[in-house]
Design a protein around this ligand. Sequence first.
Ligand SMILES: *[C@@H]1O[C@H](CO)[C@@H](O)[C@H](O)[C@H]1NC(C)=O
Ligand SMILES: *[C@@H]1O[C@H](CO)[C@@H](O)[C@H](O)[C@H]1NC(C)=O
Ligand SMILES: *[C@@H]1O[C@H](CO)[C@@H](O)[C@H](O)[C@H]1NC(C)=O
Ligand SMILES: *[C@@H]1O[C@H](CO)[C@@H](O)[C@H](O)[C@H]1NC(C)=O
Length: 421
Amino acid sequence: MAYLFIPLIILFLFHHAVTLIPPKFQWKTMDFAWKGSERESAITNGSYVPVHNMPTGLARWKDKLFITIPRWKTGIPASLNYVYLNGTQDAPLHPYPNWQEGCLAQNGSVVSNRTVVSTFRVNVDKCDRLWVVDNGVSDMSMDVKQVTQPSVLVFNLKTDELIKKFVLDENVLRDSSVLTSIAVEIVGKNCAKSYAYITDMGSNAIIVYSMDDNDAWRVENHYFHFDPHAGVYKVGGIDFYWSDGVSSGTLSQPKKDGYCDLYLHPTSSTKQFRMSTRLLRNKDAPKEDIFNGVEIIGDRGPNSQATSCDIDPSTNVLFYTQVCKNGLGCWNLNKQFNDANTPLILSDCNLMEFPNDVKADREGNLWILSDRQSRFLYEAMDFDQVNFRVLTAPTATLIQGTACEKRSFFSRISDTMVKVR
Ligand SMILES: *[C@@H]1O[C@H](CO)[C@@H](O)[C@H](O)[C@H]1NC(C)=O
Ligand SMILES: *[C@@H]1O[C@H](CO)[C@@H](O)[C@H](O)[C@H]1NC(C)=O
Ligand SMILES: *[C@@H]1O[C@H](CO)[C@@H](O)[C@H](O)[C@H]1NC(C)=O
Ligand SMILES: *[C@@H]1O[C@H](CO)[C@@H](O)[C@H](O)[C@H]1NC(C)=O
């Protein structure tokens, strides 16, 4: 049997020769598009501490690339920012929606209902809206302050107006809540009929927000918790232990029944899960249905923890970060979920040290953010080096010749081989 696999392995190496893509943006420290002498005065008064700014999320809309910086520490001018795509490689950040409302007031409170206090990840939908889940806290790692109530904010990207703000209250939150991502489902062609699925990594839940009903509810399941077998990490030479629950979700295209599947995973897990929005959208779904409603699709194997995932609608491929492998993995939704069909397609211990977020845009491009988070949190970062990078490439190019490509020669033989075995 073994000799049969030799050509396969050669083919495998050949096809999976990891593509290197040059960074579109890269920064040693995150800096902003200050006016005049504001930068110096912001550093002097402590409202900007360059080495405290670490980005964790990204999302592209037209000529803007949104970059989010949670308020782990003090000195974060703005949590929600963007750079222009035509900018230089170290393009400066612009607070969103503007300097005035993107930053906190001098007394540390919000300036208006458009001020985002602290967000990890955001999402752009096909109705040109930006969805933000704001934790509302500052100074998370030292002396946590609840600046404002956690909420969902929806912006019209064409006008930068706030369409909606929904406060998440104690009915859906817990003391340990940490809201890390937001996936958006639009029912039919009606943009007003939208649902957001928010992952609460800190208290192991999905919070569903219905825009139409202006209501939110909490969904719990054992699979939203961390897996004790997957709590050990080593990234950038640093060992650490995380017990993080469900941290990222992404939606399939609508199925025949009109509902999508939410693909989700806890951070400290190597498994991929799926749940129909038929259950999630039903506020009164029986407990038993919710309990049985999560399906395990498969296991990605050892050291395959992911912080973030996203489905590219143009190829129907799920992309996910591979934190301990400094890389990116993928799976074509039309194929069986197994080792052969979930390849590591990018990996580079320099360019991709701690890949934190991944997003497909509406034009078939993938965007990846790497941020050396383990050094930032557990050791000193060297700010003379490049620490933060944004990589981008067309999804079709990234999966070319891999098992994630549609009906590729490779995947057909490997599927056959699996059957033969
Ligand atoms: C610090 O300086 C910046 C830039 O001049 C200013 O926008 C900000 O309001 C100041 N913050 C405080 C807390 O004084
Ligand atoms: C980059 O794009 C922005 C927004 O589209 C525009 O305002 C700006 O002038 C452009 N800059 C350059 C250097 O082309
Ligand atoms: C903070 O300052 C703003 C004006 O910049 C004011 O409207 C608000 O009431 C102040 N909040 C507190 C808690 O002092
Ligand atoms: C935001 O605040 C403005 C001014 O107070 C108000 O007119 C607007 O309705 C608010 N928007 C939302 C979506 O709450």
